[in-house]
Design a protein around this ligand. Sequence first.
Ligand code: ADE
Ligand code: ZN
Length: 326
Amino acid sequence: EQRQAFIAGIPKAELHLHIEGSLEPEMMFALAQRNAIDIPFASAEEVRKAYAFSNLQDFLDIYYQGMNVLRTEQDFYDLTMAYFQRIHADNAIHAEIFFDPQGHTERGVTFSTAIDGILRAMDDAQSDLNISSQLIMCFLRHLSEEDALATLEEAAPYLDRISGVGLDSSELGHPPSKFAKVFAKAKALGLKAVAHAGEEGPPDYVWEALDVLKIERMDHGNRSLEDPRLVERLQDNQMTLTVCPLSNLSLCVVNDLKDHPLKKMLGLGLRATVNSDDPSYFGGYLNDNYEATASALDLDKDDIIALAKNSFRGSFLDEETIAQSL
Ligand code: ADE
Ligand code: ZN
């Protein structure tokens, strides 16, 4: 189709991607076998059938179970390299990827094992695929702030390779303010800050992410539209929203892509971007998200171009590189 070719032709950046969420069922089986781990599924088909979620927590339970097959540095390398190869086909030229160190250290896989494999793939993606990337370390918000502080300590030897910190996992009941201290500390260390907010949580959580955590980019942010003063604030700050349409559909944040707020966000002058979140679990990579949304919301070429440009404007690339990408 014409729209598909147009989307494929535009260079893009991905700003909201959990690397553990790019674990495809086939790789899950391969790694389970390589590491002699039992998994409660008979086939990749069966795994895919289990991916029917009614909310964020439903998904998270399966996501944390899935990452259990990741054990060695090579596993993290293979996972990350497969993601880069996949988005290379989508004409993505830059990616800022999340990882969840606590999802690994909790089950006895060291911080270094995870990050060394991810970083080696990031280096190879630059040299072999010409894809630049940056790494964002997320804190799991269902765990304590003390746990997050300990994770920040563990990251000390790697701070020159980590661009920022993020906040993910179960949103409801875990407001951003719970992590005020660890975010202040991360910022003092020169790290950037982002946070998931307004995916399932109320506008108050988005306010806290802005005012308490002092984030430079908002992950999701959908529910911001319920609060006109918040919309004004996001407009005034030119805050980037990393929106994830197929994720929102899978997790019932929206009931139909036709009801997705992305077009409204663009109409309000908000700096919205399109991203895949956890592509293996939500049924699509970067271009799949652009295509499904463009089709459901009847986005025109200018909208699609605006979304791709926003992905560079909202990135942590330096000003000159951003200017060259626009
Ligand atoms: N971890 C992985 N994907 C997530 C999402 N969409 N929201 C919160 N935590 C996550
Ligand atoms: Zn996410």
